[in-house]
Design a protein around this ligand. Structure first.
Ligand SMILES: Cc1cc2nc3c(=O)[nH]c(=O)nc-3n(C[C@H](O)[C@H](O)[C@H](O)COP(=O)(O)O)c2cc1C
Length: 180
């Protein structure tokens, strides 16, 4: 299986990697807006927009975010904090047990990571952070909770070796065809 080698979308999907070694060069406003805009093209449950995106560019605030995020191994020069607005979720009539809003965080994040890759930015998702501390740092109102941070920056020339794919799992190892 190596179909679509010439297809730009498939090539982007296959070449995107989390990049954790970044330069100190800032992300331009235009590039950050391109990444933010891409999120609205992601599929969302009920086609509702129950999320809020906080774009962080101030170096002091980025440093503070890093201090409350053990999983933020990179030093990003910009970040997008994807939040669920639980007031909107309730207003739409979703039960709080409905996984849709969380799944939407993933679709939006994946789309932003690919958009960043497409314009030559380095990116990486982070969920290992203190939600309460991030909410306080960003001054979020109570029903708006941070769920995932997309770190952004420019890739450094030297990169650590990529994490090994565990057990060499291929797509066929994790796919069931029809009824098992
Ligand atoms: C939901 C989610 C949470 C993640 N949280 C972190 C994190 O806190 N810190 C981190 O360095 N990477 C995090 N990652 C990135 C994964 O470690 C990374 O995607 C995985 O190692 C595969 O690497 P690749 O995307 O370059 O193929 C997260 C990824 C996802 C999807």
């Amino acid at each position: 299986m190596n179909g679509g080698a010439d297809d730009a979308v498939l090539r982007a999907i296959r070449t995107r990697r989390v990049v954790r070694a970044l330069t100190s060069a800032p992300v331009t406003r235009a590039d950050l807006e391109t990444v933010l805009d891409s999120a609205r093209y992601a599929p969302h449950a009920g086609n509702r927009r129950l999320h809020r995106y906080v774009a962080v560019t101030r170096p002091a605030l980025l440093r503070a975010l890093r201090m409350v995020s053990p999983g933020m191994l990179q030093q990003p020069t910009a970040a997008v904090v994807v939040c669920i607005d639980w007031a909107q979720v309730r207003g739409y009539g979703f039960a709080t047990t409905n996984p849709g809003p969380y799944i939407d965080v993933g679709t939006a994040a994946a789309t932003m990571l690919l958009a960043a890759h497409g314009i030559g930015l380095a990116s990486g998702p982070v969920t290992s952070f203190s939600g309460a501390a991030v909410a306080t740092l960003l001054g979020l109102p109570d029903p708006v909770r941070p769920e995932l941070i997309v770190c952004l920056g420019h890739p450094a020339a030297e990169q650590p070796p990529p994490m090994r794919r565990r057990h060499g799992t291929g797509w066929a190892d994790i796919v069931q065809w029809d009824r098992g």
